[in-house]
Design a protein around this ligand. Structure first.
Ligand code: CA
Length: 422
């Protein structure tokens, strides 16, 4: 067992009941306090812990990590230390904040290294090098295939043989809390003979998780499904905002472009794959049998609850989706093995999103496109209004958490408010 995951450990820091961040989580992020430069941090309960200061005080001295790794705008250099070191840091934090620990000087700690989550700004944790978006939930692919093409042949012939993906846009990945302007673009209304230009009328979210690459490869090198976990540092919530009207007109023959590239929202805390280890589950049976480079052993899916809420500008919010990451047909190890099988090199900071995660039931569909079946069955909001897609002024909030044996490992949230087109 990974030491820091011990379910019995309790922290001397208070952790509110139902918190996503017990001492077993120890995620990593980048924060900025008043008049301070950005730094690497972790979180226990609602306490943000300045890891640059913990390092300055000598608590990581034996791990020999350069100061600059923690006084940093991004986690990339920290992840690049490799899992032996980052795992040791996580174990050490667990030890320092354990109720039974004798390693710390409480005054030193509380005066210099702890901040309340409300008094700091969380920043984009990763300098995202490249962003790949997969399409790995069978239910989602079937729903979209049925709507856009043919319900009888909803999955294209390649779908069960390889994890379909495309190259997304890294520059527009933003941190939770960043407002999103409704994109403008071309679309072709039904029965129109010519395209029109204007703000998207069908703005949607996509409920996804993304994994962050923490180890690079050389051009020409491949990563097997067995090696893949060594390359995956951790995960974040990922809202892959999508303008369905722009997407539908532009996507043939090369795939999505401006209908997706205007923004994607991620959560601020990178939860390590290590922290998720206790929540492994088997994936769905893959039939037909996959080619040998996509075969894998062990439990590579995770029982990770997901939800989406729409919060209107005024009035109560509504949960429109409850899904689970375990529904994924293709797991992350297969995605990474497929990504590199042609020799494409990986960089530390690459981000790979899962694709929209839909379950079998209507209440588990991961986009408004599916929930309302392209607007045919609108969602009614608590204030009596209806939503076919996302309105200006709406905030979309993604949440994710694993829970078992009294331990809850959560991701916090990825939220973004939609502003009118610029
Ligand atoms: Ca997507």
């Amino acid at each position: 067992m990974i030491k820091a995951n011990n379910p019995k450990t309790q922290s001397w820091l208070d952790v509110p009941e139902g918190s996503d961040f017990p001492i077993q989580n120890i995620p990593f992020g980048i924060f900025k306090a008043k008049r301070q430069s950005p730094r690497v941090c972790t979180r226990i309960g609602d306490h943000v812990i300045d890891l640059a200061k913990v390092n300055d005080l000598g608590y990581f001295a034996d791990l020999e990590i350069p100061k600059a790794v923690f006084r940093n705008d991004f986690l990339n250099d920290f992840m690049a230390l490799g899992k032996t070191k980052t795992r040791a840091v996580r174990d050490r934090i667990s030890e320092l904040f354990n109720k039974r620990s004798r390693k710390w000087n409480a005054r030193e700690m509380s005066e210099h290294i702890l901040y309340d989550i409300e008094e700091v700004e969380m920043l984009l944790p990763i300098e995202v090098r490249d962003y790949t978006d997969f399409y790995s939930s069978m239910e989602h692919a079937k729903n979209v295939g049925a709507m856009f093409r043919d319900p009888k042949n909803a999955l294209l012939p390649n779908w069960k043989h390889l994890p379909v993906g495309y190259h997304g846009r890294a520059s527009s990945i933003v941190i939770s809390g960043t407002p999103i302007h409704r994109p403008k673009g071309q679309s072709k209304p039904k029965d129109a003979t010519k395209p029109v230009f204007g703000p998207s009328k069908l703005l949607d979210f996509e409920l996804e998780m993304a994994f962050v690459v923490g180890k690079s490869t050389e051009l020409g090198e491949t990563v097997s499904t067995a090696q893949a976990e060594d390359y995956i540092f951790g995960m974040v919530l990922f809202n892959d905002w999508s303008a369905r009207d722009i997407q539908a007109w532009e996507y043939v023959p090369l795939g999505p472009f401006l209908g997706k590239s205007f923004a994607s929202t991620i959560s601020p805390w990178v939860v390590t794959l290590d922290a998720m280890d206790p929540f492994r589950v088997k994936g769905p049976k893959q039939s037909p049998k996959v080619l040998s480079y996509l075969e894998y052993e062990g439990e590579k899916n995770y029982d990770l609850n997901l939800s989406v809420e729409i919060q209107p500008e005024e009035g109560k919010s509504k949960t429109v989706c409850k899904s689970n990451f375990k529904y994924m047909y293709w797991n992350m190890c297969q995605q990474l093995a497929h990504h590199t099988i042609n020799g494409c090199n990986l960089n530390v900071g690459d981000m790979c999103a899962s694709g929209t995660i839909s379950g079998k039931n209507k209440n588990s569909f991961g986009s408004m496109l599916e929930i309302t079946w392209r607007g045919a069955n609108p969602v009614s909001m608590p204030d009596g209004s209806e939503r076919k897609f996302i309105n200006d002024g709406d905030t979309v909030i993604l949440k994710g958490w694993c829970e078992k044996n009294g331990v809850r490992i959560g991701f916090g949230e990825a939220s973004g408010k939609v502003l009118p087109a610029k």
